[in-house]
Design a protein around this ligand. Sequence first.
Ligand SMILES: *[C@@H]1O[C@H](CO)[C@@H](O)[C@H](O)[C@H]1NC(C)=O
Ligand SMILES: *[C@@H]1O[C@H](CO)[C@@H](O)[C@H](O)[C@H]1NC(C)=O
Ligand SMILES: *[C@@H]1O[C@H](CO)[C@@H](O)[C@H](O)[C@H]1NC(C)=O
Ligand SMILES: *[C@@H]1O[C@H](CO)[C@@H](O)[C@H](O)[C@H]1NC(C)=O
Ligand SMILES: *[C@@H]1O[C@H](CO)[C@@H](O)[C@H](O)[C@H]1NC(C)=O
Length: 617
Amino acid sequence: MLASFAVAALCAGLVASSPLRVRSPYVVKESHFLPSKWERVGPAPADHVVNLQIGLKQSQFDELERHLHEVSDPDHGRYGQHLSVSEVNDLTKPSDDTWDLVHDWLLGNGIHPSRLQYNPAKDWISVSLPINAVESLLDTKYSVFGHEDGDYLVRTPEWSLPQHLHKHIDVVQPTNSFFRPQKLGRMLKTVEEISEKQWHPLPSPSPPKYTPGGDAVSVCNTSAVTPLCLRTLYGTVDYVPQVPGKNKVGLTDYLAESNNRSDTALFLEQYRPEAVSAAKDFKVVVIADGNDEQTQETPEELAAGKDLEGNLDVETIIGIGWPTPLIAYTTGGSPPFTPDLTTPSNTNEPYLEWVNYVLGQDDLPQSISTSYADSEQTVPYSYAKSVCGSFAKLGARGISLFFGSGDNGVGRSGDCLTNDGKNTSTFLALFPTSCPYITSVGATKFIPEVVATDARNGFVSGGGFSRYFPRPSYQDHIVPRYVESLGDQFKGLYNKEGRGYPDLAAQGYHYVTVWNGTIVSLDGTSASTPTIAAIISLVNDALIADGKPPLGFLNPWLYKRGYRAFTDVTSGSASGCNSTGFPAQEGWDAVTGFGTPYFPKILDILDVEPKKGHHGS
Ligand SMILES: *[C@@H]1O[C@H](CO)[C@@H](O)[C@H](O)[C@H]1NC(C)=O
Ligand SMILES: *[C@@H]1O[C@H](CO)[C@@H](O)[C@H](O)[C@H]1NC(C)=O
Ligand SMILES: *[C@@H]1O[C@H](CO)[C@@H](O)[C@H](O)[C@H]1NC(C)=O
Ligand SMILES: *[C@@H]1O[C@H](CO)[C@@H](O)[C@H](O)[C@H]1NC(C)=O
Ligand SMILES: *[C@@H]1O[C@H](CO)[C@@H](O)[C@H](O)[C@H]1NC(C)=O
């Protein structure tokens, strides 16, 4: 069950209020084309249970957004005055009218109030129901849909609500979302192709050599990127965290990924010996039966590369951010199911699970990394808007969220068609990285840095423009200039008025990672994202130690001031969709954003004194 939802504390009040008994005919609320590569394989199993999530209209989202901008804009008087859990919840709770009408509908359909669960803001109701009950509630018919990669989902492309509820309910899932978060880490080769011989055995521990004042060119092997290289290149190597504990950093695991402690210990022994204890100390928060497996993987799990992503994330964050405590959130599928040939493996909407959980917590890491994404057009607009709105709530609370910008440039050639029934050519934007309330992270390689690509596995750092979210005001003074510089190139293939991404970048090529006791080399914005989350976490450490609030939602600051501390990347492009894709160029671009961070300059712009000294070994 959802650990995050408090069981209906309000049901007494509910039963007492006189039912409104409003009735109106059902009208289609939303339909979404079946994304390509999916097909209907049969009816939903009769014993299938759906954990229905109902997103109520938030009464004051515009207000919340105004607060978010004020507390995130360095020129505003309220900059840094982040909101508390209860302030955010008050701003987003539904109106009484919405509350009463929706409950009248649910109770009128025979659902007992004790089965309803609520998130802390009371803008999401969750209820587990047999499939036929959901079908009558939403006047629809669910089916099993299969993806060509072998995955199954129980979904319906179209769902309805009584007309009078259309303006009170924003989104109901799982219905028409075919969104499945994909891991963004790419192996040099797929696991199956790697024979025993190609695994590198771990060398015996030989602590990396730190040379005071050493430069990145002499420290780094850009074909085998290590924490010492990243800390030198981005200037955190001399920084001693002042307030670990007050300041924390987080990562998210989905798709049954977990973070292997023994591999992490092996990695740290090798590449950050003073941090080894962190391998057993990092905290794992399990949400909705998320995976926290620490045992030897089965051959099937190894073949599927389980925990490559999880290990890359945890090793990178501790390798750079230590001794800042790390919290790993591992979010699973809900409700439990018995897998068989016709029962889909996964029916949940994981970002909702995660975000509703963390929105109920008082104490959160100030910087959180997520290395998962999927094509924006597989996500219905209402769902994307709703999840993105929830990220805005975290931003208002002073949490920086980082998402990888994708690993296929502007889109994998062959996939670049619209999902509107017309199949016209398009670049493919990714969600959640396209959400304007988060910070999107692209990947670079080499020194001086260029856009990361790897011919061996087809990896190309992702970039583009949202088709769902319009350009946010913080981009108005800079992104149109980039769009203009493209002229008619790629005309019609992207939304010139959309939110452009990424916002910034970091190395994302050939990261040394320990997995299954051996060294593997990984590419991806999956590597860049935890790197940025760890570096920004160290910035927050310096701010908090100096009596200042953490950075919170980064972008308004980044686009106004912070960009000056980033090293511009001007070479390479987000090739894909049978095109060269968006080019890197001087200033902001849709493949590396403003470029890569230089920590001492960031502190300088924020006017905080770095405390230098102990550097680890
Ligand atoms: C679009 O492509 C899908 C397969 O992905 C096909 O079923 C459909 O008929 C195509 N539609 C048009 C208008 O070409
Ligand atoms: C850099 O790393 C690659 C990959 O591990 C390795 O083959 C190469 O020898 C290294 N170069 C140096 C100078 O150590
Ligand atoms: C995870 O850790 C266990 C020991 O705790 C180890 O036996 C296993 O190989 C690890 N799994 C992976 C995929 O590295
Ligand atoms: C994983 O580790 C086990 C135990 O050391 C080993 O037998 C196996 O070959 C390894 N598999 C892969 C894919 O590395
Ligand atoms: C890719 O682009 C080339 C040149 O612009 C064109 O000739 C070719 O047909 C395109 N291929 C596909 C699959 O669209």
